[in-house]
Design a protein around this ligand. Structure first.
Ligand code: LMR
Length: 342
């Protein structure tokens, strides 16, 4: 008797549970955060590392937690060779590779940033990255399934080796680590050195084991990768630039709800202001830390030495002009001229 009476109660309870679950499901689904995996190759205490963390803070706050940013720094998820491929496949959603690495994608205009002495000042550089030339270059990434979002600054590079590098003759026969960029290859050949492309995370070891004998990078990258511990000499040459393009998987970016995309764009804008404001000081501090370590002697080019470097590196632009695009180079010259440089 009690069994037959309890059956309808059990059925209606089960039905109520199913209904409640059906009602709750879309809400739970809507509340599941959108995850952005952001992979990069430098440590968290570099300008890029600090900027990605700032972006996470701003993005999560602006979207009220609807977006969750997972950061994979210091090549823990992908090395620089693999990360662009991972982005295109959608295994990660955002990256900030150095501009030198975009030639690998076949978008060669980005290699303009690698041409030695191309940018007479940081202000010219910022006019290019923050203006129409920079925007036009980012749009060229779209057919590759990539949305270009912003440029982030790091700074001008220094050279390191276990011998002093004062004049071009000091590079003769020296095996130099480069990022995978055709222009950087031409640059070191012009100095009589032997360039070799090596991943960022493998550079310290390659220098330690004499696979290569020297390298170029920003002080912040050199200090945080402990490159100064295996290099006795550093030359402040300011011969070339290293910056980043912040990019996203295009399919992912286009699929975001409009309000979220707008909030993320705002977070990127603010992060760009942040990194462009800290990069110079971070690099000055890193150079000071290298000096204080006592492991590396620092040499600053004097006017005469700089003139020799310029002369030796002057043919590089002509050699790569057809590859990079004459119009881009002329457009950059115009920005320099607008700031009074000839
Ligand atoms: C390098 O490979 O030297 C740099 O691109 C690393 C970085 O991302 O700053």
């Amino acid at each position: 008797m009690s069994l037959t009476r309890s059956r309808p109660i059990a059925w209606s309870a089960a039905l109520a549970l199913v209904l409640a679950a059906m009602l709750a499901w879309p809400r739970a689904y809507a509340q599941a955060p959108i995850v952005i995996k952001f992979s990069h190759v430098t440590t968290t205490d570099t300008p890029k590392g600090r900027a990605v963390e700032r972006f996470r803070e701003l993005a999560e706050k602006a979207t009220n937690g609807r977006v969750k940013v997972e950061i994979y720094p210091n090549s823990t998820l992908y090395k620089d060779k693999e990360e662009l491929e991972a982005l295109q496949l959608g295994a990660v959603q955002m990256l900030a590779p150095s501009l030198a690495k975009f030639g690998l994608l076949g978008v060669r205009e980005f290699e303009a940033f690698d041409i030695p002495f191309m940018f007479p000042s940081r202000n010219v550089l910022l006019r290019v990255t923050e203006g129409p030339i920079g925007r036009k270059m980012l749009r060229k990434l779209e057919p590759k399934g990539i949305t270009g979002l912003a440029y982030w600054d790091n700074g001008f590079k220094v050279m390191t080796a276990n011998r002093p590098l004062r004049t071009p003759a000091d590079f003769q026969g020296l095996k130099m680590r480069i990022q995978a960029s055709k222009v950087l290859e031409v640059q070191f050949r012009a100095l009589g050195a032997i360039p070799q492309a090596i991943g960022f995370s493998d550079t310290h070891q390659a220098l330690k084991s004499d696979v290569v004998e020297g390298t170029e990078n920003t002080p912040s990258n050199i200090y945080t990768q402990k490159i100064h511990e295996v290099q006795k000499h550093l030359t402040v040459s300011g011969h070339g630039y290293l910056g980043y393009a912040v990019i996203a998987n295009k399919k992912f970016w286009d699929s975001l709800p409009g309000d979220i995309r707008g909030q993320l764009e705002g977070a990127i804008k603010e992060t760009t202001r942040y990194i462009n404001g800290i990069a110079e000081a971070d690099n000055a501090q890193a150079l000071e830390n290298i000096r204080k370590s006592g492991k590396t002697r620092i040499h600053v080019l004097d006017d005469n030495e700089r003139a020799q470097w310029r002369r030796a590196l002057q043919p590089v632009r002509g050699n790569v002009e057809a590859r990079v695009g004459r119009d881009v180079l002329q457009a950059i010259d115009k920005e320099a001229a607008a700031l009074g440089f000839k």
